[in-house]
Design a protein around this ligand. Structure first.
Ligand SMILES: C[S@@+](CC[C@H](N)C(=O)[O-])C[C@H]1O[C@@H](n2cnc3c(N)ncnc32)[C@H](O)[C@@H]1O
Length: 270
């Protein structure tokens, strides 16, 4: 495994390295959350709130000019969502939708009769100049208008769904959360039998997380989940699409390592 540099990423997304980072990491780090073999899969709610403070600041100040969060990149990685082409979903939900949503892109290839959007920062995101759901509807990139059934300003861990969903989308969110076992249980329960789950995230290895917990701290990204835990969850679904890509850290904060893009069906018998 390559040597990992001391790296401290602040609430303002400033990256500090070398001895200055080392001094900061000695005071503030996430080592206490390391599990025996699953990376970091839970943190305290207070630690999560610090990360959420960084995230809100990121979108409302640092990136107030932006109108998407790699949503089109995700579409390419998913072969432009061709597995969903021509399908109709009665009740879709996106988890961790930021101000823009992936549903604007996904809704180009399929019909969503209604969509719910969940993000703990949803109320703050309504102030973003490019918030896509401020008017209570979502307009897909090819101009279809989808009613927003519910805007849910809660973490998934605290969400008590009143209904089930036949399309559940969660892309690039898990590192921001605070309790992955609860989240996986919630996603399973909210997905209708026969419904589809789209999941994309970083694939960590526990050994790598041990080293990173020692030498790095990233205010906005508290969790680093070992791939075995992610795979254990995804294997409960019937796989429709599975792709692993390796990133090389060419863009700031993208890091290096594997990322999984998955689509699966919850079995009818579940
Ligand atoms: C990197 S952004 C998501 C990006 C977007 N989904 C995409 O495809 O690029 C992470 C989002 O997850 C949200 N988030 C943080 N903790 C969460 C939780 N416990 N449940 C749901 N969303 C959460 C954050 O507020 C933030 O808006």
């Amino acid at each position: 495994m390559a040597e990992i540099e001391w790296t401290y990423v602040t609430r303002d997304f400033e990256t500090i390295s070398g001895e200055a980072a080392k001094a900061l990491i000695e005071k503030t780090n996430d080592r206490r959350y390391l599990t025996r073999d699953a990376g970091i899969r839970t943190v305290s709610v207070d630690r999560w709130k610090l990360a959420q403070d960084a995230e809100l600041h990121h979108w409302l100040s640092v990136r107030a000019h932006m109108d998407e969060d790699r949503n089109v990149d995700h579409a390419y990685m998913y072969d432009r969502y061709s597995a969903l082409q021509g399908r109709t979903f009665e009740n879709a939900i996106e988890l961790g939708c930021v101000p823009f949503t992936n549903m604007r892109v996904i809704g180009q290839v399929c019909t969503m009769k209604r969509v719910s959007l969940l993000d703990p920062l949803a109320e703050g995101y309504l102030k973003h100049p490019h918030c896509a759901y401020r008017e209570g509807t979502l307009t897909t990139l090819n101009g279809n208008v989808v009613p927003v059934a519910e805007l849910i300003a809660l973490p998934i861990e605290q969400f008590q769904p009143k209904e089930s969903y036949d399309l559940v989308v969660m892309l690039n969110v898990i590192e921001h959360c605070y309790n992955v076992p609860v989240i996986f249980r919630k996603i399973w329960d909210m997905t209708r039998p026969g419904g589809l789950v789209l999941f994309h995230d970083r694939y960590y290895d526990h050994e790598q997380v041990i080293v990173e917990a020692e030498r790095t701290y990233d205010a906005a990204h508290p969790l680093k989940v070992d791939r075995k835990m992610i795979n254990g969850f995804l294997q409960r679904f019937q796989g429709v699409f599975f792709r692993v890509i390796t990133t090389h850290g060419f863009t700031q904060h993208s890091g290096t390592g594997d990322q999984v893009y998955f689509i699966g069906v919850k079995p009818e018998t579940a």
